[in-house]
Ligand binder design. Structure first.
Ligand SMILES: [Zn+2]
Length: 92
């Protein structure tokens, strides 16, 4: 499994850019990432059909490289999601 060359977050534009080895650049919106949060709480909410609770204006305020993936802190206070790199690669 590959890990990104770089991760660039812009809370101004609301976009997270992930650069992979080989030149692929992923551009993900903060709202999209919030809606796909892989933590147990959010997965359970999605199973109950509550994906609509995500505010598209939500912003990522901090990203933390956890080695096997990216911990993402959102402006709504949610910080429990750690997105494994393979999961990130499969988004968008
Ligand atoms: Zn979550």
């Amino acid at each position: 499994m590959s890990t990104p060359v770089a991760v660039r977050n812009s809370s101004h534009s609301g976009l997270l850019k992930v650069e992979w080895p080989g030149g692929r650049v992923q551009v993900l919106t903060h709202g999209q990432l919030r809606a796909r949060c892989p933590c147990s709480h959010c997965r359970a909410a999605r199973l109950r059909g509550r994906i609509d609770v995500v505010n598209p204006e939500v912003r990522i305020t901090q990203v933390v490289d956890q080695g096997y993936g990216l911990q993402v802190v959102f402006s709504d206070g949610h910080d429990r999601g750690i997105y494994p790199w393979a999961y990130v690669a499969g988004l968008g």
